[in-house]
Structure formats: structure tokens, C-alpha cells
Design a protein around this ligand. Structure first.
Ligand code: ADP
Ligand code: MG
Length: 317
């Protein structure tokens, strides 16, 4: 079966690949329509509505030969997304989109269709959205990681290796100190990197309304590690709403409380691994040529460090 609707690559997706992966990204985008057409044919799929996309993947709503809806998802394979199929198989649809088929050579997946018009970001109340996200995240990270996934232990060790060479690129001495503090926190925890199956990118646009469950996670980049490393995407999304509260540290700590309570995490460890996530973002930004940190990253790290000093390791006030 073939489709007559040509596969157009959205400009924003093409631009994202060109920016992040240069010539190799442009070549992958150029080949994408042919790749998509090949899978539509091979898996006997009919197009069913306009394409969706994020920064990394093209997602085509399709109808399978048996008449059920699904989506065909194409993404250039990277180290980060190498564990998608392993993760989706282990979670087996529990709190997360179901995997229907996949191609190991290209990383292409056929997924259960969810309601793309209703991401969790469309829930107006930030507190309610966060509680839903926290509930899903708690279920996902309760699962032990299978073998063969990339490991936080290795990710953390590589970050610690890179930090001394990267930090001088930051213009502001306070930011250089902050990144070194994040690295010290990671150095303290690197010996206990955890062994849970992490999603790594659970923000509000990576949760969609479903039928068999009200909300389901999509777009995991699985790794094995400590659940504390999974909190940052829920802390820095809808950032304008954090700023609009007029008390950024308080709003950050409130989000952190909701997440650590839902996941029953030790706050010190969760703080340390969240600082690790700030470190990871900082290193990527520096690699991309940035000379300053994102204000949200600075604000989150500062709020957690100050919160830790104020509260100490004891029970919360
Ligand atoms: N299972 C699905 N059902 C319906 N729409 C989906 C599904 N998976 C992804 N989408 C749509 O495609 C977009 C991009 O998919 P996503 O997996 O988040 O890729 P990216 O890594 O590019 O963010 C989503 O924001 C959503 O609009
Ligand atoms: Mg996404």
C-alpha cells in the first residue's frame, strides 16, 4: 500500500537538525521523506491527518491495515535515544505510550495513537498538571532498569571529566562557581548512581491524553539511574509561570516538594542529581558556544542550594 500524500518535513524540524547536527542533520532531513514513505509502505500504513513534530522527531498519524489508529515516529538515532525501544518494552504501556512495531536499523517506531491535541501543557492549572506529571513519573521510575541501557554512572563520570575544561568559557565568575558547585554535588553521588529506568525528558509536552489511561508519557530517552536525575524537566517547564509568581525560589521549591514527595525521594540526593542535570545542560550549552547559563537553570540551582542550606538534612519545616 502506498500513500499519495507527500511527506513534507516541517521547517522547524529541519532547522533544529541543521542547528544541532550540522551537515549530518541536513542529510538526514533530506532523506526523511523517502524513509517515511518506505515505512508507510512496509508496515501497510495510510496517512491520517497532518504531521506533528518536536525538535527531534517527525510523527505521522496513520491507520494500520486492521483499521486502528497509530503514529509513525522517525528520529535520527543518537546515543540519547538508543534506549527508546528497550524502555518502552520494559514499561509495556504502563503509564507510557505502547510500542507497536520498530525498526532497529533506523530507530523508527510505530506507536499507539494518543491525543496530540491534548498535551499536559494544555491543563491550565500548573499545580494540577504537576501532580499528574509527578504521578506518572513515580510509576515510570519505580521500574528497575534492564541491562544494556546507557547508565547515569557513565554519564556522570563523563560530565566530571569535562567540567574543568568547559567552565572557563563562562563569562560570569558567579556562574563558573555555580557550575563547579554542581560538579561537586555530582562527585559526591557518583558512587551511588542508582538503577531505575529513567525517562529523562518528562515535561508537560511529553505527556498526552490517552484513552486507556487519562494521561500517558511519550518521548523517553531512557537511561539507568537515580530518579533524582529525572526531575529537572518538570522544574523548568512553564517557566514564565514560575517567574509570574513573583517568588522564584519559593515556586521552584514548591515544585521540588511535589516531585520528591510523589517519588518518595531523599531530598539531599534529589537535590544533588538535579544539580547534576543543571551541570549537564551547562556543559551542552558551553559546547554549543554559549558563554552564559540560562537564567532558569541558575535560578533552579540557586533555589535548591539555598533551600538545602536553610533546611539542612533534617525534616522539612
Ligand atoms: N503516540 C502519539 N500519539 C499522537 N501524537 C504523538 C504521539 N507521539 C508523539 N506525538 C506528537 O508528536 C510530537 C513530537 O513527538 P515526540 O515523541 O515528543 O518527539 P520530539 O523528541 O521531537 O519531541 C508530540 O509533541 C505530539 O504532538
Ligand atoms: Mg517531545
Amino acid at each position: 500500500m502506498t500513500t499519495s500524500i507527500p511527506v513534507d518535513v516541517p521547517d522547524a524540524l529541519a532547522a533544529s537538525y541543521s542547528k544541532s547536527q550540522g551537515a549530518a542533520g541536513r542529510a538526514w532531513v533530506a532523506a526523511l521523506p523517502g524513509l517515511a514513505a518506505g515505512f508507510l509502505d512496509r508496515w501497510a500504513l495510510r496517512r491520517d491527518g497532518p504531521a506533528r513534530h518536536g525538535m527531534a522527531s517527525l510523527v505521522l498519524p496513520v491507520i494500520r491495515a486492521d483499521g486502528t489508529g497509530a503514529v509513525l515516529r522517525l528520529q535520527r538515532p543518537t546515543e540519547e535515544n538508543a534506549g527508546v525501544v528497550t524502555g518502552l518494552r520494559v514499561w509495556n504501556g504502563d503509564g507510557v505510550v505502547r510500542l507497536l512495531d520498530h525498526d532497529p536499523d533506523t530507530g523508527t517506531t510505530l506507536l499507539e495513537r494518543l491525543d496530540a491535541s491534548r498535551p499536559l501543557s494544555s491543563v491550565p492549572d500548573d499545580g494540577e498538571a504537576l501532580r499528574i506529571l509527578a504521578g506518572l513519573l513515580a510509576r515510570l521510575v519505580a521500574v528497575p532498569a534492564p541491562g544494556g541501557l546507557r547508565r547515569l554512572a557513565d554519564v556522570a563520570a563523563a560530565m566530571l571529566d569535562q567540567t574543568p575544561g568547559a567552565v572557563p568559557a563562562l563569562r560570569d565568575p558567579a556562574e563558573r562557581r555555580l557550575v563547579r558547585t554542581c560538579a561537586s554535588a555530582v562527585a559526591e553521588l557518583v558512587g551511588e548512581p542508582g538503577d531505575r529506568l529513567l525517562h529523562w525528558d518528562l515535561h508537560y509536552d511529553n505527556v498526552l491524553a490517552g484513552r486507556r489511561e487519562p494521561w500517558l508519557a511519550i518521548d523517553p530517552e531512557p537511561l539507568a539511574g537515580d530518579p533524582g536525575f529525572d526531575l529537572l524537566p518538570a522544574l523548568d517547564n512553564r517557566w514564565e509561570e514560575v517567574v509570574a509568581t513573583g517568588d522564584v525560589p519559593r515556586a521552584v521549591l514548591r515544585r521540588f516538594d511535589v516531585l520528591t514527595e510523589a517519588l518518595a525521594l531523599d531530598r539531599r540526593r534529589a537535590t544533588g542529581w538535579t544539580l547534576g542535570r543543571v551541570l549537564q545542560n551547562a556543559l551542552w550549552d558551553i559546547q554549543d558556544g554559549e558563554t552564559a547559563l540560562h537564567p532558569a537553570q541558575v535560578a533552579i540551582a540557586t533555589a535548591l542550594l539555598d533551600g538545602q542550606t536553610r533546611r539542612g538534612a533534617g525534616p522539612r519545616a
